[in-house]
Design a protein around this ligand. Structure first.
Ligand SMILES: [Zn+2]
Length: 192
């Protein structure tokens, strides 16, 4: 169900995706040459779940699978742009204190920052259409209805404007990418 492009930094998760052959100017090459910034400023110390309930693909209630990676973080911590890009959407996410913000990167990816505090982007002068540089503050960690606080981090192909649901027993959504390796590279660039 998943195809790993040779040397690529993201795992294309959709069925039938072809490997990008790479080479100068290609999408894979562009992603490989830029090191993203860790999405939370001042820590928490970079920790990427590659198994268990926080990992991508983990089982969730209502026959869903986890479409991102959870980074446990205190409410109110500052979330930053992983790369240069443009804020393209702010959406309903999981209850009154957990919204999502989508950043389309100049390198051709879309990051979905899940469970950020509603309107927290205004603290940083951010709205839909705002262009930001890597490391620029864009929102604050919010709170899930059950009280958990974290950054739920999803990665998509260019053009995505809302999160996709991954149903158990089905192939992952075609625009969904595995953010594991992306976050591993980002873990070397934490802004303070
Ligand atoms: Zn999550």
């Amino acid at each position: 169900m998943a195809v790993l492009a040779a040397g690529a930094v993201v795992l294309l998760m959709g069925k039938g995706r072809k490997s990008d052959p790479g080479g100068p100017g290609s999408r894979v090459e562009k992603m490989r040459t830029s090191t993203p910034v860790w999405p939370i400023a001042h820590g928490p110390y970079p920790k990427i779940a590659t198994g268990g309930g926080k990992a991508i693909g983990a089982s969730r209630p209502n026959n869903r699978r986890h479409a991102g990676i959870d980074i446990i973080a205190k409410a109110g911590l500052t979330v930053v742009a992983t790369e240069d890009g443009t804020v393209v959407a702010t959406n309903v996410w999981a209850g009154p204190n957990a919204k999502s913000l989508l950043l389309e990167t100049d390198s051709g990816l879309v990051v979905n920052y899940g469970a950020v505090a509603p309107g927290s982007w205004h603290d940083f002068g951010i709205g839909v259409g705002t262009k930001v540089k890597a490391g620029h503050p864009i929102a604050r960690i919010g709170r899930y209805p059950g009280g958990d606080t974290m950054l739920h981090f999803e990665l998509y192909t260019s053009g995505t404007r809302k999160n996709a649901q991954w149903k158990d027993g089905r192939d992952p959504p075609g625009n969904l990418l595995d953010p594991t390796e992306y976050l591993q590279r980002a873990s070397t660039r934490v802004v303070s």
